[in-house]
Design a protein around this ligand. Structure first.
Ligand SMILES: [Zn+2]
Length: 324
């Protein structure tokens, strides 16, 4: 099997990693150098907890069976994974191994770690998807060497992993939900209803979905994604530029509050919207720095691990579970 994705965890026990999304699971087998020996994406329907367990256990069993038959056929290197790391979306209590609530999958108080470990007969560790992507960026990617950093994922929603004095802040799964922090007061013309039930949340204007919705509100035109709003703004469309300005100013204000509270050295920008690169990061950094005075001024840098960041984070967690 050939190496994929370049990045490696470094020497240690072989592990399996699963990154659970809304309708698919990314999986990877890590060898004893910590490189990905085998990986892929499987479409799975995971919206019922019992059925989700069956499907996840089946996926892992299939991967282990594949490794066993490769070993029997004399494949080198031989890989015997000793633990599994899993990311999950929603409110995830990594310490107790319970997914408290996942709006996307309809899970509630789901003891995913222990139930899956019982089915597989090997240690399992779970964590929040964005937190584990943040852990991976901290150990292996853009936030390497930083003691205090935020890894902010800008996609359908907005969420941040927080590294505080070198430790990932979890707070029982409740930390980092900056997308649902109120940025506009009720009554403000810019305060929109959010999918969480509140009004005026950051992500209603500053996520990829928020930019698209704001552009549609102004023009009556629905575009497929934030990419088209950035492109229209670059081409001189004043309504696209206004939607971007609103989103960037809201995000800068939210990040300024975080900078005052946490003093990050850098803020890593990931997720689909960060693909806009400088068109996002340059005006965002200028707006953010304009809001700070004596505070530490965080640098804004692009994420390095891309869409496999969560999988690398799950593997790091699995390594820790294997070492007890
Ligand atoms: Zn909200």
């Amino acid at each position: 099997m050939s190496r994929q994705h370049g990045t490696a965890l470094g020497p240690g026990s072989p592990v399996l990693a699963l990154d659970i999304g809304a309708s698919s699971v990314k999986y990877a087998v890590f060898d004893d150098d910590g490189g990905i020996a085998h990986s892929g994406v499987r479409e799975l329907v995971l919206d019922r907890q019992e059925a989700a367990l069956e499907q996840l256990a089946g996926l892992v069993a299939g991967l282990v069976a594949g490794l066993n038959s490769a070993r029997a056929a004399g494949a080198r290197p031989t890989i015997r994974p000793g633990s599994v790391g899993v990311t999950a979306p929603g409110i995830v209590d990594a310490l107790s191994g319970v997914v408290r609530h996942s709006a996307n999958l309809g899970w509630r108080d789901f003891a995913l770690r222990d139930e899956l470990a019982a089915r597989l007969g090997m240690p399992v560790a779970i964590g929040h998807d964005v937190n584990l992507a943040g852990l991976a960026e901290h150990r292996l990617g853009a936030a390497r060497g930083a003691r205090n950093a935020m890894v902010t994922v800008l996609g359908t929603g907005i969420s941040s992993a927080l590294l505080v004095d070198g430790q990932l802040l979890s707070a029982g799964g409740y930390a980092g939900e900056i997308g649902h922090a109120r940025i506009f007061p009720i009554g403000d013309a810019r305060a929109r209803a959010c999918s969480c039930g509140a009004i005026g949340c950051l992500q209603t204007v500053a996520s990829a979905g928020g930019l698209v919705a704001e552009y549609a509100r102004r023009t009556g035109r629905t575009v497929p994604g934030a990419e088209q709003v950035f492109a229209a703004a670059a081409a001189g469309d004043p309504e696209a530029a206004a939607a971007l300005r609103l989103g960037i100013d809201a995000l800068a204000l939210a990040l300024a509050q975080c900078a005052a509270l946490l003093g990050p050295e850098l803020i890593v920008l990931g997720g689909g919207m960060a693909q806009a690169g400088e068109a996002l990061s340059a005006p965002l950094e200028a707006a953010l720095h304009g809001l700070l005075s004596f505070h530490r001024r965080p640098r804004l840098v692009p994420a390095e691990l891309g869409r496999w960041a969560g999988t690398f984070g799950a593997a790091l967690l699995a390594r820790e579970a294997a070492s007890g």
